[in-house]
Design a protein around this ligand. Sequence first.
Ligand SMILES: Cc1cc2nc3c(=O)[nH]c(=O)nc-3n(C[C@H](O)[C@H](O)[C@H](O)COP(=O)(O)OP(=O)(O)OC[C@H]3O[C@@H](n4cnc5c(N)ncnc54)[C@H](O)[C@@H]3O)c2cc1C
Length: 324
Amino acid sequence: MSNAIVVCTWGEDKDGLPASAEEVLTLAGGLAKNTGSDLVWLTLGAQASGVADAASRHGVAALHQIDDAKLADVSADLAVEALAQYCAAQSPRIVLFNQMAETRTIAPRLAARLDSAVVMGVTGIAADGDALDITASAYGGDTRVVYRVAGAGTAVAAVWSTAITAESPDAGSSPASETIAVDLGSASERIKIVEAAKAEGPKLEDAEIIVSGGRGLGAPENYKLIRDLAEALGGMAGASRPLVDEGWVDSNHQVGLTGKITKPNLYVAVGISGASQHMAGCGAANAIAAINKDSEAAIFQHARFGVVGDALELLPELIRAAKS
Ligand SMILES: Cc1cc2nc3c(=O)[nH]c(=O)nc-3n(C[C@H](O)[C@H](O)[C@H](O)COP(=O)(O)OP(=O)(O)OC[C@H]3O[C@@H](n4cnc5c(N)ncnc54)[C@H](O)[C@@H]3O)c2cc1C
């Protein structure tokens, strides 16, 4: 068993880094420092342009890359196979993923292959001798649980990145780069993507201002008011899950545990009760403003600004004010 803390990040964001890489590196870097372990950053497929620079800033000791042509469009079956082979050869202490749609399927399957523990929704890790105390968000963010992961074997964790503030320690390391060979000859992808859903234009996850509508809007045609206010404020429109389930808007708009995890400067929640599963996707906003006709609605516990009133009366006024 090596003592390495391995970060394996997925997806690419606008700064040329895999999504949430800085948050995962911040958490993993702290653990590596406290345990005197090497911090290793593993990438699958082509490496994003900003990786080398970020690795140096976060004190990464080694950059590992599995660049098999079969991993070009990283798919779950092949990724699990590649990672299982990697872990068998390197025996790291723990592999930390950024939690997102892909890694939600990959992390548990990897742990099963390694016959080890997996913890999802991770917000912190402390070492206690050979054991790791892994704190994770549970019940849709309602509570926190600490799992003690002990014993030999590589633990697997998926990091809830919005709960972590990225720090750029500027550690100034010069990570060694190594290409790791795996044999994917006999591995095949059992899932065939017939047509990938395409989201055009800017992403909700990157928006600085989001105006989201919930069931309190009453009828699908009223969602136009959300779009209009979002546009007038120079932001994007989001929604709570019932609106997506009812087909008022497509799933790219859904904010929450099973939707987009956002971190805007301003989040305007209109006719949204503030269920924990919704807050999981917007609770990290710098400021939340809420409009709700129920003064007892849970959303007001999270909101910095709140208006108790009828959204259908207030929205046209707000749109007019924002436009002028
Ligand atoms: C496993 C799981 C995952 C989930 N994932 C998500 C997720 O990703 N995202 C998500 O959003 N939900 C998710 N949910 C659902 C979540 O639990 C809530 O049911 C949902 O967020 C409620 O949506 P809402 O606030 O729009 O509706 P409601 O809870 O019905 O709230 C409507 C609100 O509108 C107010 N209102 C009514 N009329 C008006 C008016 N005229 N003007 C102003 N206010 C008004 C009401 O007072 C109320 O507070 C998930 C649930 C589960 C179990």
